[in-house]
Design a protein around this ligand. Structure first.
Ligand code: E3V
Length: 454
């Protein structure tokens, strides 16, 4: 449809467009403006309320608002790197061309025609996996992944989906494992190595890579391609204000629910990593308790748009200010900064998968029983990651990963602290608003309450 795109006016100012530039349909003027804005490191400021109208006539009046609009609509310097459009994108583009064509013919009837033609992005709802996200599920009978599987989890069959995850029965009465420092996790000579177990061969490494990349791909809550096409959906100012007016409890509840959802996909990821299920159950639980949120935060960079500092939340992209009601401005902005930093590493999907596995399978977690087994597994994954990074000529990244590991540990520590404060300041509701899995993972209190899974 390339030849007809110009029928759609510039998304920024409404002038006649000249095609897709930096990922968005724009005119030559806005294309040039955006290019210049990316070259020099000027910061524009708005002398009004940062909501100046941008149209053909006014577009030169406020550079701040013009650039803001460009970013908001998804213009990005590296838009070209994302390659071909998805079928969905092509369809909705085609529909838009149709709409403008019809508008030219008979103004007024166009909206109905579009709705009939292109329900793609809006009608079927955002980013719900099209098919069963776990086609080769290990634990049939539950809608959500849970730890246990393979018959060792009797409670799972009758549990309600979304509520059941780990069984932490043998973790009761045990203090919550504090996170030790990340240390020099790549350079430290491994116990396994020092004690003479052979390094994996090339084919063994390839096998590790394949298994982990496949596990990651199969347990992504949202496919990166889907998230990419949703980037243009951004909460309006009115919607943001509605979130900001919510009570602290309601916002904590929402976030805890969606994070717990994401954690269940990470649990399933872990279960599909060869070697994880061969660890003793205590160690599986210890690793997930300490690392599942870290992996969620890591995965979150795929749902983050560094172009306008927004992250996917409840169907659209949101800036940090939307989470105001949580009362955790500092932590929220750190999460955004972390995502930003992860995005600038530009990890490929296989690299992200291996790094996630390495974060999860950390042999320095407190309370591990078979630490050497975890260490052997972690070393193999590290070698696999090094191999892939070298293959992709991504060597400088390797040196930056230990810092990311430390940031993750710090973020999770700060989350625990914020949660503790929330529970102390909202003692009456704190028990009832969180999903059981969230409580089991992150609160001390659950260790004293009756196990929900018995
Ligand atoms: C990335 C984003 C999300 C996202 C599912 C409704 C529907 C989410 C972001 C939460 C931030 C924070 C989120 C949150 C998930 C990702 C949803 C940023 C999990 C800062 C879709 C609700 C759900 C459902 C803080 C405040 C920490 C792994 N996972 N999710 N975003 O919004 O939770 O439309 O289907 O990557 F607390």
């Amino acid at each position: 449809p390339a030849a007809q795109i110009e029928i759609i006016p510039c998304k920024i100012c409404g002038d006649k467009s000249s095609g897709i530039h930096y990922g968005v349909i724009t005119c030559e003027g806005c294309k040039g403006f955006f290019r210049r804005s990316q070259q020099n490191s000027i910061t524009y400021t708005c002398s009004r309320q940062q909501n100046c109208p941008i149209d053909r006539a006014s577009r030169n009046r406020c550079q701040h608002c013009r650039l803001h609009k460009c970013l908001e609509l998804g213009m990005s310097r590296d838009a070209v790197k994302f390659g071909r459009m998805s079928k969905k994108q092509r369809d909705s583009l085609h529909a838009e061309v149709q709409k403008h064509r019809m508008q030219q013919q008979q103004p007024g009837k166009a909206e109905a025609a579009v709705q009939a033609y292109a329900p793609a992005a809006s009608a079927q709802g955002p980013a719900k996996p099209a098919q069963d996200p776990f086609p080769t599920r290990h634990s049939p009978g539950t809608g959500k992944p849970g730890l246990g599987g393979q018959g060792c989890c009797p409670a799972e069959a009758g549990s309600s989906p979304g509520q059941q995850g780990l069984q932490l029965s043998d973790m009761k009465h045990r203090p919550l494992a504090p996170n030790p420092g990340a240390g020099d996790f790549i350079l430290r000579p491994s116990f396994a190595r020092l004690h003479g177990s052979a390094p994996p061969s090339g084919t063994q490494l390839d096998h590790v890579i394949q298994n982990i990349v496949k596990s990651h791909r199969e347990t992504c809550q949202f496919l990166p391609e889907q998230l990419q096409t949703l980037r243009w959906k951004i909460f309006s100012q009115t919607e943001v204000e509605a979130y900001q007016r919510k009570s602290t409890e309601e916002m904590w509840q929402k976030c805890a629910h969606s994070i717990t959802d994401a954690i269940q996909y990470v649990v399933e990821f872990a279960k599909r990593i060869e070697g994880f299920m061969e660890l003793c159950q205590n160690d599986q639980i210890v690793l997930l308790k300490a690392g599942s949120l870290e992996v969620v935060l890591l995965r979150m960079c795929q749902a983050f748009n560094p172009g306008n500092n927004t992250v996917f939340f409840e169907g659209k992209y949101a800036g940090p200010e939307l989470f105001h009601a949580l009362g955790c401005e500092d932590l929220t902005s750190s999460v955004f900064e972390f995502s930003h930093g992860m995005c600038s590493l530009r990890l490929s999907e296989p690299e992200l998968a291996l790094f996630s596995a390495m974060v999860l399978i950390s042999s320095d977690r407190m309370w591990l029983q078979e630490r050497y087994k975890v260490e052997k597994l972690q070393t193999d994954i590290q070698l696999a990651l090094k191999h892939v990074l070298q293959r992709n000529r991504h060597d400088t990244v390797l040196a930056k990963l230990p810092l990311k590991v430390m940031s993750l540990r710090s973020l999770c520590g700060r989350h625990a602290e914020k949660l503790r404060i929330f529970c102390l300041t909202h003692p009456l509701v704190a028990h009832s608003i969180f999903p059981p899995l969230y409580k089991e993972l992150f609160t001390l209190e659950s260790e004293h309450s009756a196990p929900f899974d018995l």
